[in-house]
Design a protein around this ligand. Structure first.
Ligand code: ATP
Ligand code: MG
Length: 248
């Protein structure tokens, strides 16, 4: 299988006080088309920073990210933002929906931003809302939805543009277990049925157990990889056992 996303020796430093702290310290990874990869690690390990670098939301101090064969660093601002828009979809812990827009409008927002007519994309918006089970709520506003429904809108929005890669940062972090499982089922379904490539950041082994492969990050480095393989049962047992060996 061909690699759709690659990171080579990523380094990210942040200025803190008068000096700099290195929070990503040489991360390399490769994700194949259609693969579902989870990134796990403790709070502060650098998971979100890595995900932001992978999606071009932030620039590394060294190393490079290659999406679909194209190094991000080789692109000017305009092409970088176009690549971000067309190749990646982002889902965050705090849903990031616009409160004054309806469900359908929130999902269509990326099209609006890209200057594509929403009318032209109506059927796509309906399709992704159907996929996440929200066809009945297209005219609701975010505050009229449950937390799980809001996250489903965010997933629909991320998938609407048919991104090559879906990047999700703790998408179940603000949800109870059952609601979180619904979100993971949607991600799993898009991976299994549509071949959607997914990178999921989580500190929850039960969430990571949906993935084919789990990368463990500690202190800004990938310290281990657990290959679970494609399984429909999402049994977290083997992963939890490995994490225990690593003292996590
Ligand atoms: N803008 C910033 N300036 C300075 N330090 C930062 C900045 N952003 C992140 N950091 C630091 O980088 C480290 C990694 O942060 P990151 O958000 O990637 O962790 P994380 O693994 O996603 O943690 P969590 O599970 O809590 O979300 C942390 O120590 C954090 O304090
Ligand atoms: Mg984080």
């Amino acid at each position: 299988m061909e690699s759709i996303l690659e990171a080579r020796d990523l380094v990210k430093r942040y200025p803190v006080g008068g000096s700099e702290v290195e929070v990503v310290r040489g991360v390399s990874l490769s994700v194949k088309r259609g693969e579902f990869v989870a990134i796990m690690g403790e709070s502060g390990a650098g998971k979100s920073t890595v995900l932001h670098l992978l999606g071009g939301l932030d620039q590394p101090n060294a190393g490079e990210v290659i999406i679909d064969g194209v190094p991000f660093g080789s692109l000017d601002d305009e092409h970088a933002s176009m690549t971000r828009r067309t190749k990646t979809g982002f889902v965050f812990q705090y849903f990031n929906l616009l409160p004054i827009l309806s469900v359908a409008e929130n999902v269509a927002l990326p099209f609006l931003i890209a200057g594509v007519s929403v009318a032209e994309k109506r059927s796509r918006v309906e399709e992704v809302l159907e996929m996440v089970g929200l066809s009945e709520k297209v005219n609701h506003r975010p505050d009229q939805l449950s937390a799980g429904e809001q996250q489903r809108v965010a997933i629909a929005r991320a998938l609407a543009g048919e991104p090559a890669i879906l990047l999700a940062d703790e998408p179940t972090g603000n949800l109870d277990y059952a609601t979180g499982a619904e979100i993971l089922d949607i991600l799993w379904d898009s991976s299994e049925r549509l071949g959607q490539t997914i990178v999921l950041v989580t500190h929850d082994a039960r969430a990571a157990a949906y993935a084919d492969r789990v990368l463990i990050v500690r202190d800004g480095q990938i310290i281990d990889e657990v290959r679970l393989g494609r399984r429909a049962n999402h049994d977290a047992g083997p992963l939890i056992a490995r994490l225990a060996q690593l003292g996590l």
